[in-house]
Design a protein. Sequence first.
Length: 494
Amino acid sequence: MFLGIHFISAQSSTDFEMRLENSFIKLYENPDVAIQAAKEIRNTENHLAIKNILAKANFLKGNYVESVRVTFEKTDAKNADPALLQTFMIAREFYQLGFYNQTSFIISPLLSSKTASKNSDKNVFYAAVYQLEAKNFIALHQWKNAQKSLLLSSEYAKKSSDIISKENQLLSAVILSETKQDKEALFLTKSLLKSLENLPHASYIRSATYQLQGNLLFKQQQYNQAIQFLQLAITPIENISFEPLKKNIYGDLMKNYLVVNNNNQYDFYKKKYTESSKLLDENIKEARRQLIELNTNFGVEKNIRLAQKKKSQYVLTISISLLLICIAGIFYIKEIQKAKALAKQIKFLRSIVVLYNQKNAEIKEKDLSKKTLFIPKEKEKEILDNLNLFEESKKFLDNNMSLATLSAQLGTNTKYLSEIINKYKDRNFNSYINELRITYAIQLLSADKSYHQYKISYIAEICGFTSHSVFTKVFKSVTGFSPFEFIQNIKSST
């Protein structure tokens, strides 16, 4: 059985279970086929389990906006089990869109309230929840915690889901790779590929495993072998809409062909990577915006439902009416003060912008004739132009962005890129990326007051930081204020 089946009512037919299982299996073979199969059974009373498949399929396609929409689509979850599944789906959306601290916050109650034994019919559900927790720990570089969660997930998955078990093996190999145990990781990926021979439908996991093997060989400077494995990864899914996975493989192939000086193949995969990145970046940005908005509305609706259980309809109606009157009054007052507030805010923000511009002006006045590394003028101009495009694209919000990653994306090497950043930006790579993120944070907080209500750690995640403390430190070094002080200053001017 798999995630979703355990939330089917006792009256559900065997035919329904079989069709639902078929949709789930298709997820890892072709998400478009899985979506079509799921939609054909969409009108049943157990549609929350189907929503889970639809949301997952759209994520695998790179259609993040649709994945968020499906997750928050209204459903009649009148008992505890569907509510658990809905919460899990929301946590998964936050993880998939890079909000790792918020993911931890949502997952925690699911596990703390766990009462099921290892023989429970909810084995697969807790296998999936612990796996999501492990992925989140990996994103936060908390390797030991990730390993503990994977062990628990695998225990629950033993008799319930081969797919989750195989994914856990791949995640274990990722942890080994990240902790510099490359030989062990390579051995585990080989073992996993052999076991996947018994799962012909698991194309996604197979390609992801080949990709990891390619990365491990790249680290060992075995570039031609790495290319062979990456080609094994991309070939079976080239015509399947696993867009995020394909984008990552394109990036890895581009990097390897650059190292072996195969310009034709490098240009070919650079174009594919760029096209794929553009589409996915636009989609993920809109998905993040919708996730914040829909999750806020979801929380409000949940609180209203709880209130309805405790109060009579009459009292609730009066309360809502009074609330609306108060909101209308506040809105009216704020409209009157709008001009003054805007003037104060502009004055406040200008003081920061002036400092920032002065710093950049001093950088531009540096003596450009001083060089520590010779770079051809044409190459230098190309890198600078690409850096400008990089800044406009907001790819610096990717918390996995590194000097090596960016140099591969820009079609240069790390030495050239580091020299250009030091020379023209007057800072090292980490400072350059962090200041771009802080500038984005300032724009975000200044332009949209809805962000003032969120935790600082939440804002840090949106802006590409995995650490609350680092975000606060860098923010203060750039603006002279802590994030909290900055928000309070804006609030005081309204």
